[in-house]
Structures are given as structure tokens and as C-alpha cells.
Design a protein around this ligand. Structure first.
Ligand SMILES: CC(=O)N[C@H]1[C@@H](OP(=O)(O)OP(=O)(O)OC[C@H]2O[C@@H](n3ccc(=O)[nH]c3=O)[C@H](O)[C@@H]2O)O[C@H](CO)[C@@H](O)[C@@H]1O
Ligand SMILES: C=C(OP(=O)(O)O)C(=O)O
Length: 435
């Protein structure tokens, strides 16, 4: 696939869009197939770069993979190849995405050894892995980090369950420690566990495989170790970050849109956060209906002070949607402070929005104040580069709303997480081509 999008913006869009399977859930679930030598069948797997890379890694590791249909695969990890995991090739492959880090827990639990290069993923500030290794070490693993090769090694003859208070509620960290603990001896309790829907999905899948996890959805998980897990079938949730992105897109382009099969009860504060920007959205069965809106007005807090939208571990607002909230606010009526607490370098893309005519003050690397234009003057098309997956999509939404032509380079960043995004946007009437 080639590397840029050309967009002629300012068109109203119309129609229905179905969210893809969730990227960040898929990365956890795919790693979990290593925990059993039985078949695991997974449905609604999104066809996106990060997920496809992880599937390739599993294949190179010796997992037998069958594609049964669109988004449906069967995995069987009955023979694995540790030569690959120790090879230079894996050092390159594993470093291409963030999700590969979650191979560590299953490898350690099932085979007693695990290897991993420093993983890739978005360059959005420091992304430490301490929580992952804290958990493994507390379960009894020996940990070694080769600073020259940037390579992590874990070894454990046997993992022993215990009470673990995680340093922070890390999403991938919790997934990793859970996957190690399910096959550990005895009882593990993980406190300050992350609890977002994707982790709940992972825990439910592991229970269907024979694990014994309770407290799912809370920040205290209790895991009674078992000696063996068996096969299962699992279906991925719709991607909540996509769902939020389409709400922002509809508002920015004044479009009437229906987002299909969203699993509303798993969306947490996402709908109410967009409503605080003044966007009307209705729950219709399990769909979200967004009417065409000429204007939307940002609410204030009860005491009359300026609205702040900030991220927090689940059930707080996901950091992966703050860039979308920010871009959507540029055409609202009113003012909002966007506070990105988790990541240090995720707001710098606002410079591009400012070039396009948006009124934004970057207060510091974590906070930006947006003064909405109330659709009284459109953003202007420009040439830009996608810095990370979510800013990339935010810039794409800005370009679709803007007057004139925009070019977005480095769309590999967008393809990492959004399936056939140009095709699906064209189906809504967008003028976007991949060149
Ligand atoms: C592959 C995958 O699933 N990636 C997601 C995962 O990344 P990932 O699991 O890597 O992110 P973590 O949850 O570990 O942490 C994200 C950042 O937030 C900070 N932090 C985290 C917890 C906390 O209580 N306080 C705090 O400040 C961490 O120091 C880190 O800088 O979760 C992030 C947070 O939802 C999402 O942005 C990523 O899209
Ligand atoms: C930060 C993200 O991805 P990753 O953790 O894979 O870099 C994201 O999905 O927004």
C-alpha cells in the first residue's frame, strides 16, 4: 500500500458505518492463543497492520494458523519454535508494535522462558514496562535486560501465585500478568489492575479456556492457578476508539450518520463525553444515530467554569480518544481544556490544526485549550504528516471537514489501526484517495 491520502474536504457525509473489531483487544487475545495446545478460534479480527504483524509473528513462532473467513482465524500452538524467538529476525519483528509485549506472559507461563525486544508502537512519550516485569518477578520469574541489544529475558521453572499491587494500572501490563498467573501455582491477586472492556474480554476468554479468574471488571482480580488450559472460541468487541472517531467525524462534517452495533453498554463515558461537546447522539437499539447538526455547543461545568476533558484509566476516558475530542472541539461553540495526563507527546500535532485555522493554545505538552469556531469559518486544507495513529485519524477528520485539498503523509500510522479507512469513508461519500 502506498503512503499518502489526498482529501478534498468540506463534503457532508451520509450513511451507516460498522466499526471494526477492536485493535487493542485483538492484540491481547492473539497473544493468549499461546496458552494452550488446543485450537482457539477467533472472530471479528480487524485487518490492520499491527494485528497482521502479530499474526505473522505467531506463525513464525510455529503456531498453526488457518484463515476461516473474513476476520476469522483458528490458531493451534501445539508446536513452537524458540529458535525464532531468540533470533535476530524476532528482534526486528517484535519491535514493530506495542502489542507483541503481551507474548511474554503466555510464553513464560506455558514454557518457563520468554524473550522480547523493546516493543514498538506509538512514539507518544515515555512508555515504560516496569509494571509488566514487576508482576513477573513477583510471580517468581528471573528477569534480565540486555541494554545493548534492548532485549528482555525471563525464566521461571514454576510461577507461584501471590498478592501483587501493581505500580500503575497498565493495560498491557495487567494483561501480561493475568496471562502468566492463570497457569501459576496457587492464588494470585492483582490489585490496581486495569479493567477496560478489552481486559474483561481477555479474562472471560481465559475462563472459557478453563482458567479461574474472578473480580473481572474491577481493579482487584483473583486468579486461582490451573495446570492446563483448553481451546475456545472468542469474538472481538467493536473498536471503541473507532466509534468515538466516527462521532467526531459526523460532528465536524455536519453529517447524519449511524454507527452500527456499537455494544453501547461497553462504551463507558465515551458517549457522554461527546455529548458534553454539545453533539447530539441517540442510542437506537445497539446503534448510535447522530443527526446532521449545524452547530454544537460545549457545556460548562455546573459552577460555570470551562469544561476539561482528560484521560484516566478505565472507567475514565480513554487517552486514545483525546486527539479526536480535541479536533472535534475546533468547530464547536465554546471553549474546552484538553488534558492528556498519561502521555507526554501526544498533543504536538495541534500545530497542524493551528496552521489549518483552528484556535488552539498549547499550554504545555499535556494541555491544550481549544476555542471552537462554531462552524463559522472552516479549517483550510493543507499538507501534513501523521505523527501517531490517533493524531493521524484526528488530522484526517480535520482534512475531511476542511475547505480545499489536503495531503496526509505517513499514513502507515493510520493503517496500523484502522481497517480500509479510505474505502469505508468513500462509502459515506468522502472524497479521499490513496496515492
Ligand atoms: C496495545 C495497547 O493496548 N495499547 C494501549 C495501552 O497501552 P499500554 O498498555 O502500553 O499503556 P499503559 O496502560 O501501560 O500506560 C499508558 C501510559 O499511561 C501512564 N499511566 C498508566 C496507568 C496509570 O494509572 N497512570 C498512568 O500515568 C503510563 O505511565 C503510560 O505512560 O493502554 C494505553 C492506555 O489506555 C492506550 O493508550 C494504548 O492504546
Ligand atoms: C497508542 C496506541 O497504540 P499502541 O499502544 O499500539 O502504540 C493506540 O492504539 O492509540
Amino acid at each position: 500500500m502506498s503512503g499518502m491520502f489526498q482529501i478534498r474536504g468540506g463534503k457532508q457525509l451520509h450513511g451507516e458505518i460498522t466499526p471494526q473489531g477492536a485493535k487493542n483487544e485483538a492484540l491481547q487475545i492473539l497473544c493468549a492463543v499461546l496458552l494452550t495446545d488446543d485450537e482457539v478460534r477467533i472472530k471479528n479480527i480487524p485487518d490492520i497492520h499491527d494485528v497482521n504483524r502479530l499474526i505473522e509473528i505467531l506463525g513464525d513462532f510455529g503456531v498453526r494458523i488457518t484463515k476461516n473467513g473474513k476476520g476469522i482465524y483458528t490458531f493451534k500452538a501445539d508446536q513452537v519454535n524458540f529458535d525464532y524467538i531468540k533470533s535476530q529476525e524476532f528482534k526486528k519483528d517484535g519491535a514493530k508494535l506495542r502489542g507483541s509485549i503481551m507474548l511474554l506472559g503466555p510464553m513464560l507461563a506455558r514454557f518457563g522462558e520468554a524473550y522480547m525486544p523493546t516493543p514498538g508502537g506509538d512514539k507518544i512519550g515515555r512508555r515504560r514496562l516496569d509494571t509488566h516485569f514487576q508482576g513477573f518477578v513477583e510471580l517468581g520469574a528471573e528477569f534480565h535486560y540486555d541494554e545493548i541489544e534492548n532485549f528482555y529475558t525471563l525464566k521461571a521453572k514454576e510461577l507461584q501465585g501471590k498478592f501483587i499491587l501493581l505500580e500503575e494500572a497498565s493495560v498491557t501490563g495487567t494483561a501480561n500478568v493475568v496471562m502468566a498467573a492463570v497457569l501459576a501455582k496457587g492464588k494470585t491477586r492483582i490489585y490496581n489492575a486495569a479493567c477496560e472492556p478489552y481486559l474483561q474480554q481477555l479474562c472471560k476468554m481465559l475462563n472459557r479456556m478453563g482458567a479461574n479468574i474472578s473480580g473481572i471488571g474491577s481493579n482487584l482480580l483473583t486468579i486461582e492457578g490451573v495446570s492446563h488450559l483448553h481451546g475456545t472460541e472468542h469474538t472481538m468487541l467493536p473498536d471503541m476508539v473507532e466509534i468515538g472517531s466516527w462521532i467526531g467525524l459526523a460532528a465536524m462534517t455536519k453529517s447524519e450518520m449511524t454507527i452500527k452495533n456499537v455494544h453501547w453498554n461497553q462504551l463507558g463515558v465515551i458517549p457522554s463525553t461527546f455529548r458534553k461537546l454539545g453533539i447530539e447522539l441517540e442510542q437506537s437499539g445497539d446503534d448510535i444515530y447522530i443527526p446532521a447538526q449545524e452547530h454544537y455547543r460545549i457545556q460548562k461545568f455546573i459552577d460555570g467554569s470551562i469544561l476539561t476533558v482528560s484521560d484516566a484509566p478505565w472507567p475514565g476516558f480513554t487517552p486514545d480518544l483525546l486527539s479526536i475530542v480535541l479536533v472535534t472541539a475546533t468547530q464547536a461553540k465554546g471553549t474546552v481544556l484538553i488534558h492528556q495526563k498519561m502521555f507526554e507527546s501526544r498533543l504536538f500535532f495541534v500545530d497542524k490544526l493551528i496552521d489549518m485555522g483552528a484556535q488552539i493554545i498549547l499550554c504545555d505538552p499535556h494541555r491544550a485549550t481549544v476555542v471552537g469556531l462554531n462552524h463559522e469559518s472552516p479549517l483550510r486544507g493543507t499538507t501534513m504528516t501523521s505523527p501517531d495513529i490517533r493524531a493521524g485519524n484526528a488530522l484526517l477528520i480535520a482534512a475531511l471537514s476542511a475547505e480545499g485539498k489536503s495531503i496526509i503523509h505517513n499514513i502507515e500510522q493510520i493503517d496500523r489501526g484502522y481497517e480500509n479507512i479510505d474505502g469505508r469513508l468513500r462509502a459515506l461519500g468522502a472524497d479521499i484517495v490513496r496515492i
